[in-house]
Unconditional design. Structure first.
Length: 256
């Protein structure tokens, strides 16, 4: 006689019977920004670790800083203040060559032609001796890809592409102190870096700004960001992707 627990059901049938959807991985979680404050200067960190972020470079209102929208925070102004920052000295616990995972749900938009520089998803570092760690979108091609820049040594994850005007799930895991330990994930696919560069990250972290190129602009809209102090496994990254798909559906955000 069966127990009626539905353990052998397909995922679709389990959902139909009210099964709990996947939840966000908690082990090693350093920061969780849901971008759902809706107003004010603070972007709340829901991890409990106090890594609250601010719109613009200061705690007060700044000219041309990112703005709140129905889906999160939009970096849509081509200006120096158009960034999201942590308080001075907040290193997120991912300094040096420490393992890490960064996950983001973003929407990229590009206009114009001849686009050059990329818009960072998240970055750290003071720009010397390999200390910079910059994860950004390469937007000067027909198929824009994520890149990781370790103070001038860049790996382009060329098999992965952002979709203009659509929401993307992107994740980056780093298991060691070298660029060749980094794997990028996008919407269920992934690519491992084969580029070597020693990682020694320092400084305060910040998130994307709009960037101008020759003849056009590009910007990023943020809906969710997670940071971990370890390299999540492929299965854990996929669990978070499914969890965020369910969570963000309530904000009219559709992920592939």
């Amino acid at each position: 006689m069966g127990l009626g627990l539905g353990l052998g059901l397909s995922p679709r049938r389990r959902r139909a019977r009210g099964a709990t959807p996947p939840s966000i991985i908690q082990e090693g979680l350093l920061a969780e920004w849901r971008f759902d404050d809706g107003a004010g200067q603070q972007i709340t960190d829901y991890s409990g670790n106090g890594y609250h972020a601010t719109l613009g470079p200061t705690a007060g209102a700044d000219t041309n800083e990112p703005v709140w929208s129905a889906t999160g925070v939009d970096s849509i102004i081509d200006a120096a203040n158009n960034r999201i920052e942590l308080s001075s000295g907040s290193d997120l616990g991912i300094s040096g060559g420490a393992p890490r995972t960064v996950i983001a749900v973003v929407q990229v938009d590009r206009t114009g032609s001849g686009l050059s520089a990329g818009a960072p998803l998240i970055w750290k570092g003071d720009g010397s001796n390999g200390r910079a760690w910059r994860w950004f979108g390469q937007f000067n091609t027909n198929n824009p890809s994520p890149q990781l820049d370790i103070h001038g040594t860049i790996h382009t994850f060329s098999t992965l592409n952002f979709t203009d005007g659509a929401w993307d799930f992107v994740a980056l895991t780093q298991s060691g102190n070298n660029l060749n330990t980094c794997r990028c994930y996008m919407n269920g696919d992934s690519e491992l870096s084969n580029t070597s560069a020693t990682i020694n990250t320092t400084s305060t972290a910040a998130m994307a700004s709009r960037s101008s190129g020759a003849g056009g602009f590009k910007w990023i809209k943020h809906a969710y960001c997670l940071v971990y102090d370890r390299a999540l496994s492929p299965a854990e990254v996929e669990q978070n992707r499914q969890a965020l798909k369910a969570i963000l559906a309530g904000r009219a955000i559709t992920l592939p």
